[in-house]
Ligand binder design. Structure first.
Ligand SMILES: [Zn+2]
Length: 314
């Protein structure tokens, strides 16, 4: 019901937005903690992911926009009230795995376990059916397609959004794979969006591209792109204080880290505000899938009791 209310408010609030025909953007967020998911997976999940995700939720709420949160299980378990807020505000809770391990480095059995644990945990915490998945580090490729898709289908998922439709050497993606590759498992593949600049392909709508380049470029490319598009980001990209903390822990920060992970994080929140003001967004679920019936336990009560705000109590 709340989701429907938000959708109506959003559509009534579009007079000043740039509408590309009937096309919109999907707002997707990979909810993970940078020190744990990127720096070292043996690190504990830090409180920063809680604050950062809350900030992104605040920005979305300000612009009456719903989004898809591909959430790591370790974050969801440590901060279940993040999941509660996502559900309450009409967002989609989807899976990003358990601890950010790469799918293409796992055995077949491990892939099935990874996806089962992740989906069931998120469903317990959210009380809603999880229907979407994004692999950590976009770590699926042709060699894992069959058992990866089988694992998603086995958990009742409806779609994946882990692939670019262009060759990306870093992710071992060699070409655009036909959608039938996934359809035969009953799955949709929602490719991440790319644009062409002088004949070359760039995955421009999100991540480092959105952070490093002027907002006008994202606006321009979005106006030119006459299809639905998928925008993606991480909560840590709005975290302007993390670099100082990391510098204390690691005296010598590689220049590559500074450029690919930290530079211009202070630009992200203002750019997000402009993007959400200028264009219409939705979650995958709201855009493409009919409302999903909430999961209920025997007493029709929420399965997990929500603790108080973990950052207020310390
Ligand atoms: Zn990730």
């Amino acid at each position: 019901m709340l989701s429907q209310c938000l959708s109506r408010r959003s559509s009534n609030n579009n007079q000043n937005k740039t509408i590309n025909g009937d096309f919109i953007m999907i707002f997707s967020i990979d909810v993970e903690d940078w020190p744990q998911s990127v720096l070292n997976r043996s690190n504990p999940v830090s409180d920063r992911v809680y604050r950062n995700t809350m900030q992104v939720l605040d920005i979305l709420s300000e612009h009456k926009t719903t989004a898809t949160f591909f959430t790591l299980t370790n974050v969801a378990c440590k901060f279940p009230n993040l999941i509660q807020r996502m559900v309450t505000e009409g967002h989609e809770v989807a899976s990003h795995g358990t601890t950010h391990g790469n799918i293409d480095a796992m055995t077949v059995k491990e892939v099935h376990q990874e996806i089962e644990v992740s989906v069931k945990t998120l469903e317990d915490l959210s009380g809603e059916k999880v229907i979407g998945y994004r692999a950590p580090n976009f770590s699926i490729n042709e060699s894992v397609f069959d058992y990866f898709c089988e694992a998603l289908a086995h958990q009742g998922l409806r779609y994946d959004s882990s692939l670019f439709e262009i060759p990306v050497r870093k992710y071992n993606i060699t070409k655009k794979y036909p959608l039938d590759t996934f359809k035969k498992f009953g799955l949709d593949e929602h490719y991440l969006t790319h644009v062409q600049i002088k004949g070359k392909d760039f995955p421009f709508f999100g991540g480092g591209y959105f952070r490093l380049f002027p907002y006008a470029l994202t606006h321009y490319f979005r106006e030119q792109y006459a299809q639905d598009a998928v925008f993606y980001m991480h909560p840590y990209e709005v975290d302007t204080g993390e670099l100082a903390v990391i510098k204390k822990l690691y005296n010598d920060i590689p220049a590559k880290w500074l450029i690919t992970q930290f530079i211009q994080r202070d630009s992200v929140a203002p750019k997000l505000g402009r993007l959400l003001q200028d264009f219409e967004f939705s979650s995958f679920q709201s855009r493409y899938y009919s409302p999903i019936a909430p999961l209920k336990n025997e007493t029709n009560q929420p399965i997990v009791a929500m603790p108080s705000d973990p950052l207020i109590t310390v």
